[in-house]
Design a protein around this ligand. Structure first.
Ligand code: FEO
Length: 178
């Protein structure tokens, strides 16, 4: 059964929100690059790719359900922040906001008795638990090391090791995962 227009439009809005998330994290990556914190920059680049993957998961789903993807303008993200802690506080706040949006999408799918969409969205429910947890962990660690240049340098080196999850590119390219 083809997706309803109401659900299609709601997922299209979420594609925009995910792409904004990608844009926001990319801007944060540029900020950290400018600050010489290449590990934080790397973490944000990975986050940018993950958000792009989230958007593309939805993009693929709308098409698979016989709907029409509509891409909208992406808001301009901030360019600079007052402190590293402020950046990570914004990441956490933003992820909490995204969680509330995903929850609303699930409510809508239930109201429309669109069980395929409900099932599809469950992946995002789980993903948001992870997204909030990793942002919170990073924020707590950053608060601990922020006043010690040595500890901050070590933390930055740890973040430089983050690599993309293996399913990111196949989803973006709409390819099967082995
Ligand atoms: Fe796509 Fe970080 O939520």
């Amino acid at each position: 059964m083809a997706i309803t227009k109401e659900m299609q439009d709601a997922i299209n809005d979420q594609i925009n929100a995910e792409l904004y998330s990608a844009y926001l994290y990319l801007s944060m990556g540029a900020y950290f690059a400018d600050e010489g914190l290449t590990g934080f920059e790397n973490w944000m680049r990975c986050q940018y790719m993950e958000e792009t993957m989230h958007a593309m998961k939805m993009f693929n789903y709308v098409i698979e359900r016989g709907g029409r993807v509509e891409l909208k303008a992406i808001d301009q993200p901030a360019k600079t922040w007052n402190s590293y802690v402020e950046v990570m506080e914004e990441v956490l706040k933003h992820e909490q906001y995204v969680t509330s949006r995903i929850n609303k999408l699930v409510s809508l799918s239930r109201k429309l008795e669109d069980y395929a969409s409900e099932s599809f969205l469950m992946w995002f429910i789980d993903e948001q638990v992870e997204e909030e947890a990793s942002a919170e962990e990073l924020l707590i660690k950053l608060k601990r090391v922020k006043d010690s240049p040595n500890a901050l340098y070590q933390f930055d080196s740890q973040l430089a090791t983050r690599v993309l999850a293996p399913d990111v590119v196949p989803v973006i390219m709409n390819q099967a995962v082995n």
